[in-house]
Design a protein around this ligand. Sequence first.
Ligand code: C2E
Ligand code: MG
Ligand code: MG
Length: 542
Amino acid sequence: MPHMPVPPLSLRQMILRPWLLAALAALASAALLLAASVGLNLQQTRQNESAHMNAQGKRFLERLEQVFGELRQGVDTLQAQPLRGCDGAMKAALQDVGLGSRFIYEAAYVHGQVACSNRGGERVIEPQRVADIQGPTYSYWLNTSTEPNDNLAALMLGRGRFLVSTSRGHLTDVVDLPAGGSLLVVLDHGKRAIPVLGPPQQWPPTQPWPPASQKPLVELGDRLMYRMATRSPDYQLVLIAPRTRLPLKLDGPLWLLFPGSVVLACLIGWLVLQLIQQRRSMSAELQSALRRGELQVLYQPIFELASRRCVGAEALVRWRRHDGSLTSPELFIPLAENTGQIRQITDFVLQRVLEQLGPLLRSNRQLYISVNLAACDVMAPRIGRVAARLLARHRVSATQIAFEVTERGLIDVVVARENLQALRASGHQVLIDDFGTGYCSLSYLQTLPVDCLKIDKAFIDALGHDAASSGVAPHIIRMAHSLHLRVIAEGIESEGQAVLLTSEGVNYGQGWLFAHPLSARQFIGLIARGRRMGQQRLDDEP
Ligand code: C2E
Ligand code: MG
Ligand code: MG
């Protein structure tokens, strides 16, 4: 038997294969998840770094104030006692101060050639240069380092003829200054910076000084700077440290990210596959629903508001499965629009309207039924031909079938305008459905061949409330009147809304206040009773 040639798959068909789409979704989500987790990790590292710097800065400041506090106390004690000169009593006094303080490393008396310290004859600290800070009472030397051993280099404080000093080690023991980092004391409003610890730094680190940012932690590209206000307005403490290279630490939970991302991505791929298959099966189900007659058409009456007389109805499709469950058109109409099955549905609705209501329409020539069109129905002249054929078969006038199009349905205005014009030329009315939810402006509306606007339920709901949209309906009504268009209000649920709309000049309305969507039998019954709404509202669904 000869084989049928298999047509090659188009690129679109290849790409739209469910498993390929699922794999692409899985890959994309895996890449996204990994990138997000790496990004998060880097951000976390940076935050840790900043928090570390903050903590170090605070500890430095505390210790520095503590150390200088003791140094001040030491020189104050020496200054207060009466001894001057370098006798045994003085040496004992110096020793007392040294022993009585945790931080004082050397206490000395220096006056010209006369000098002695608590360390006996060993050494006497002596300032090599003028004080870094010369206050009214105290002189501060922040870095007197000439020592090969960095820890012995001193912070020194002077008052009168007395000097006390401490080891720099008392600062470094509270924090680990990173290699290349420095602790600086900033003087003269930022003009000078003396490194207390670590190497000198390029100064000022920001132009201008102080940096515009009020935050204590400033990022300087390759370095971090932490500014500390001190109790004295004359100087500030600044900690500068090079930024770590931020290596991505793949320890602990981060290792779990890779298998975690892969598992999650597989799950997403699987879900996508299910979703595609579900959509496919729903569209297949819809196809068999059309064949098996599971689709029904209901009719929601439209009333003249003043007289409460029924002037027509809107045809609304329903999908009632054999098991009795109902699928909302809001769910399957968009799907049918995507798959193109909507054309079949529109044809079905038109056919059903004329089959069920043909005799009614023939005997009530003023009555009309309005049928919803989808975007693709408006984009081709097909629907006009289908309607003409059915109308001729059922001997119903084209004026009795109206078509509703939404603003969203007018994708290509030029083509839509042409087709709508053709429908009107055949005698149909054209309505804009859900008006107000799209972007139609007055000037745009002027160019469209339409007879009537249906105001969306959302704006009817807002009527009489303080909501921002409460003014939309009155505005649309004025706009429609100025263009000589009729207005139908949809979704009227209360008498108050009906009265308000009538006072605004709206002539027609539909909604649960008057009637739910009715079966053909119920609708025919309503018309037979004189087209008027009875005392009791008719209920929907047979
Ligand atoms: P739509 O054309 O704006 O239809 C009005 C919807 O509002 C209908 O919902 C109707 O049942 C509902 N409704 C009417 N009065 C009230 C009321 O007072 N309160 C509330 N809460 N709702 C009210 P339904 O039948 O579920 O239809 C939903 C949408 O599905 C329709 O909106 C229309 O866009 C689409 N649709 C329905 N049938 C067809 C059809 O045959 N073809 C096409 N293309 N679309 C259809
Ligand atoms: Mg409609
Ligand atoms: Mg509507």
